[in-house]
Unconditional design. Structure first.
Length: 277
């Protein structure tokens, strides 16, 4: 029994070391988030619930600037490889059009109206020109499978942008692209408890859900910061990354009470639907 106990202890130690290695953020030589501090981040811009000022629109970014908020926005590529500011892969909810955003050219996409407004889908170049270094930007990459072209084409614009920004994605290969090609840009992994969410929806979780929930794909992108769902502020893997020295961000607060729940626990906060103080 003593021998079995020693074997089990060794196995537990090895698993603990392996887990720590897999989730370890970049803390040595990491890109600082200091230039992003002092702001709360308006999710898809400071929109009004898509009535007159739609999400991810130029007016929503101007409203955020006017209110003194940082801006969180989403980037995907058009079929002709132009970085577009748009959240959903499918165009139906926002534009009432069938198909995916990557099925259309930039020119075609810019003819589509956002919800029931006259606003159209902006390009990343247009968004950067408007924001013009006035507030920091959290750039979220939306990726289809492992195609990192969105990172490459967006970076061609961002590398000459003089304002403060950081990049983030749910997809570890977006971070891997930056790890290989633009190490000085702060990169963050977006995550949440996918296992809980799947259970609530009556769906089964797979190995990828387990790995991403527990930040075990950090070994791929080696993130500078962790952006985790505010509902999971006490999740073990997140707390361990904090102990290792990683800055943390949270999303998406939709009520002042949500902010009260986690105030002081994160370095950056992304919100929507109310005025952050």
């Amino acid at each position: 029994m003593k021998k079995l106990g020693k074997v089990l202890l060794i196995i537990l130690i090895v698993l603990a070391v392996l887990f720590t290695v897999l989730i370890a953020p970049r803390t040595i030589g990491s890109a600082s988030l200091d230039h992003m501090a002092g702001y709360h981040y308006a999710h898809r811009g400071y929109h009004d619930g898509n009535v007159a000022v739609p999400e991810n629109s130029l007016p929503s970014f101007q409203a955020a600037i006017d209110a003194g908020y940082g801006i969180e926005l989403d980037i995907q590529l058009s079929s002709d490889k132009v970085p577009m500011v748009f959240h959903d892969a499918d165009l139906e909810r926002i534009c009432g059009v069938e198909g995916k955003i990557w099925d259309y050219t930039c020119a075609e996409l810019q003819q589509m109206k956002l919800f029931d407004t006259q606003e159209t889908i902006p390009t990343l170049a247009e968004a950067l020109e408007l924001i013009d270094s006035q507030v920091p930007i959290l750039v979220e990459y939306k990726m289809d499978k492992v195609d990192t072209d969105v990172c490459a084409y967006s970076h061609e614009l961002l590398k000459d942008y003089e304002g403060p920004y950081a990049v983030q994605s749910f997809h570890p290969f977006a971070l891997f692209w930056y790890r290989q090609n633009a190490k000085d840009v702060p990169r963050g992994i977006l995550a949440k408890n996918f296992i809980r969410d799947n259970k609530e929806k009556g769906e089964k979780s797979d190995i990828i859900d387990f790995l991403t929930t527990n930040l075990m794909l950090n070994v791929v992108g080696y993130p500078d910061f962790i952006a985790y769902d505010y509902q999971d502020a006490d999740y073990f893997a997140l707390k361990l990354c904090r102990l290792m020295g990683a800055p943390t961000s949270t999303w998406t607060l939709k009520d002042p009470a949500h902010y009260d729940e986690v105030k002081g626990e994160f370095d950056l906060y992304t919100f929507e639907g109310f005025a952050m103080q």
